[in-house]
Design a binder for this molecule. Structure first.
Ligand code: CU
Length: 179
């Protein structure tokens, strides 16, 4: 008699437990859904320095030059102090000036300075990246990699495209005086 009485009390308790468990499980499923992950990438920011439409004057041998428009995306002046490319072991930053009624080009002291939020154009007849001794032909459409180094140690890498251009044959005045 005692046994059956006990059992009849135990059954409702078990049933109640089951309801609670399933209620918990249902709720648990909802809260266990993966939380929205934080954005894995931040919005891309513009590089400190960029160059638009970079190109290299086609050549068979000797000297040639690279051009484009340097764009400073920062609120501080940026200075390019040197350039490098596998196309030429020696590269100089040049300017074109008038000397004795002739246009000559020579290394630009202090490099190329791009004003804050401003641009600096490299173009035939003006400032340019001078490749002093190319190691191979530059054909139209050639893709020539360049690296410019900034005064703060930063770099700008880009690919300039070979383009035919007839002008820009200024005489070269090297840094003979080493001034
Ligand atoms: Cu030059």
């Amino acid at each position: 008699m005692f046994f059956s009485f006990s059992r009849s009390r135990a059954l409702p308790a078990l049933a109640l437990t089951a309801v609670l468990v399933s209620g918990c499980a249902a709720e648990g499923t909802t809260s266990a859904a993966p939380a929205t992950p934080p954005p894995s990438t931040v919005a891309p920011t513009a590089p400190a320095l960029a160059i638009t439409d970079p190109w290299v004057k086609t050549t068979g041998e000797g000297m040639t030059a690279a051009f484009g428009t340097l764009v400073n995306n920062t609120g501080t002046e940026v200075t390019v102090v040197s350039g490098a490319s596998p196309l030429s072991p020696k590269i100089e930053l040049h300017e074109v000036v008038e000397s004795g009624g002739k246009m000559i080009m020579r290394p630009k002291k202090g490099g190329f300075v791009i004003p804050a939020r401003g641009t600096h154009e490299l173009a035939p007849g003006g400032d340019h990246i001078m490749l002093m001794d190319v190691t191979g032909k530059v054909e139209p459409g050639a893709e020539i990699p360049f690296t410019l180094t900034l005064a703060d140690g930063g770099t700008l890498e880009f690919t300039a495209i070979g383009k035919e251009f007839a002008g820009g044959k200024e005489d070269y005045q090297g840094d003979k005086d080493k001034g």
